[in-house]
Ligand binder design. Structure first.
Ligand SMILES: C[S@@+](CC[C@H](N)C(=O)[O-])C[C@H]1O[C@@H](n2cnc3c(N)ncnc32)[C@H](O)[C@@H]1O
Length: 176
């Protein structure tokens, strides 16, 4: 009886699925202490404020020991938050501003597998232009409903959402 209850409650964490996806595609994932923990420690009232270590909070992605983008990705605790949200929300459409190298885009697509996910990036962060192609290619290989486009927020947001995410357009894409 206990075994049944616990085996029903066990699942593979989204963070582990996401890390494994990146590793399958030759990308190593490194993450830091949780940003909120860092801010709490760094601004303790009895101590002088401290800069974050090497200016590297959040999650960073590496190929052959080289960082592929300086756009810091969601921290692991934030990936866990997505996983919790997925137990109460089931969005059909998700729009993301800031793709960098796809970490939150692919994380959201894995957390909400029924959603159509569209992300926009204007390429200002190092590696984020290459990140558009890499994310689109990887999502396709992984069978995820993800499209990343080049564009700038806020001026391109209305057009991209209308073209890529309007309910009519989604129905048309779904039914051919
Ligand atoms: C912090 S990174 C995003 C990280 C991403 N959310 C993740 O978890 O992997 C910010 C990204 O937003 C892009 N960006 C910044 N300002 C933008 C804007 N106004 N419009 C579109 N993209 C923007 C940058 O090029 C960069 O790739």
């Amino acid at each position: 009886m206990h075994e049944t209850i616990w085996s029903d409650a066990m699942f593979k964490p989204l963070s582990s699925t996401l890390v494994q996806l990146y590793e399958r595609h030759g990308v190593e994932v490194l993450s830091s202490v949780a940003p909120l923990v860092w801010v709490t420690l760094a601004t303790h009232k009895d101590k002088p404020p401290v800069e974050p270590p090497n200016d590297r909070l959040f999650t960073y992605l590496y190929v052959d020991d080289r960082m592929v983008s300086n756009g810091g990705g969601l921290h692991m605790t934030e990936v866990y938050l997505l996983e919790c949200l997925a137990t109460v929300l089931s969005p059909e459409r998700i729009f993301i501003i800031g793709n960098a190298y796809g970490w939150s885009t692919l994380g959201l697509a894995l957390a909400f597998p029924k959603a159509k996910v569209v992300a926009v990036d204007d390429g200002r962060a190092f590696g984020s232009r290459a990140g558009i192609d890499w994310t689109n290619r990887t999502a396709k290989t992984e069978g995820l409903d993800v499209t990343v486009v080049s564009g700038s927020s806020p001026c391109d947001v209305g057009r991209i959402v209308r073209v890529r995410l309007s309910p009519a357009r989604c129905r048309q894409l779904r039914h051919g």
